[in-house]
Design a binder for this molecule. Structure first.
Ligand code: ADE
Ligand code: ZN
Length: 348
């Protein structure tokens, strides 16, 4: 398939995004507007001046330190509830414009409250209400996953989990553990995540991204999780891959992010084909579209262009996403049937 045709095929395909951070999904032009309006100190108020501070640049060393460094800049922009509402609405609209029909958007209340000093509960409600209102007008369904960072205090995780539970009525469906993986085990968060689960939330953990297969093992055996963010370094231990396969624990794979944060040296070396061939349940996602400078369409195109996958393989991964959504059973079955019909009208 010619490059243009492949792009148009992927663009037109109805899509699902399960792993996207709001903080990494902001429009660059909005950051410039906010910098101007609030006088955030910059040499000049231009997108290209700001870009290297919030997006991985071609000549920049691919390390998780540089990757997470972008979020330190981004934290300066969450200045008022109105700014945050704008950022959320635009993130939902941009997903809809990319023909994403269902998205689980995750965000870290601690990061968004850094400047506003609002309560976690208020912040979660504002984000969910703004996101749901934008979704209603743009032919997309959105739910929310609340993130806490491994490298921050467990106490924060506890407060954030309570805010998530209190906002299940406005679209919160899950909890996530993100942040610096190596040296920060998930175990101290196990009790909190279990508490969230007992209240009806689902759980996904970033694991096997910036640390090895033992971190995936910790997530599935000790902490307990419904999905894994990334999980690709499970490939370093055949026993862990076997657990993922037998339990069909979905991996939220984000290949461009993995290149950008130095987990793999380049796209063509990605572990995705090995995991797929081993029978692991794969979903495809963007992680941080602004930081990586991509859309979900771009990501799907790259998977077909750089790895031994066909468009039909990508459609199967999209169906996996429908089956892995954190929706109540009945709603998830409706989503699966809808995507089955749209992606494989003649039967899979
Ligand atoms: N926060 C935003 N992107 C992340 C990633 N890829 N891993 C861990 N935490 C993150
Ligand atoms: Zn992530």
């Amino acid at each position: 398939m010619a490059n243009d045709d492949l792009y148009h095929t992927m663009r037109a395909m109805p899509k699902i995004e399960l792993h996207r951070h709001l903080e990494g999904a902001v429009r660059l032009s909005t950051l410039v507007d906010v910098a101007r309006e609030f006088g955030i100190e910059m040499p000049e108020y231009e997108a290209e001046t700001l870009r290297p501070f919030v997006q991985m640049m071609p000549d920049e060393p691919r390390t998780w330190q540089n990757f997470l460094g972008k979020f330190r800049t981004l934290r300066q922009f969450y200045l008022t509830p109105a700014v945050i509402r704008r950022i959320v609405a635009e993130a939902v609209i941009d997903a809809a414009l990319d023909n994403i029909k269902y998205m689980e958007l995750r965000f870290t209340p601690k990061a968004l409250c850094n400047i506003t000093r609002s309560s976690f509960g208020d912040m979660v409600r504002w984000v969910c209400e703004a996101g749901t209102a934008a979704a209603r007008d743009h032919d997309i369904d959105v739910r929310f996953i609340i993130s806490m960072n491994r490298h921050e205090e467990v106490e924060i995780g506890q407060q954030v989990t309570q805010a998530a539970i209190d906002n299940m009525g406005v679209g919160v469906v899950g909890l996530d553990l993100a942040g610096v993986e190596a040296g920060n085990p998930a175990a101290p968060f196990a009790r909190i995540l279990q508490y969230g689960r007992s209240a009806g939330l689902r759980v996904t953990l970033h694991a096997g991204e910036w640390d090895g297969a033992h971190s995936v093992w910790e997530a599935v055996s000790f902490v307990g999780t419904d999905r894994i963010g990334h999980g690709i370094r499970a490939i370093e231990d055949a026993g862990v891959v076997e657990v993922l396969r037998t339990r069909q624990i979905p991996l939220e794979v984000c290949p461009s992010s993995n290149v950008d944060s130095g987990v793999v040296p380049d796209f063509a070396s990605h572990q995705l084909p090995l995991l797929w061939d081993a029978g692991v349940k794969i979903t495809l996602n963007t992680d941080d579209p602004l930081v990586s400078g991509i859309t979900l369409t771009d990501e799907l195109v790259r998977v077909v262009e750089n790895l031994p996958f066909t468009v039909d393989d990508v459609k199967r991964m999209m169906l996996n996403s429908a089956e892995s959504a954190f929706l109540p059973d009945v709603e998830r079955r409706v989503l699966v049937r809808r995507f089955q019909g749209a992606l494989f009208p003649l039967g899979a």
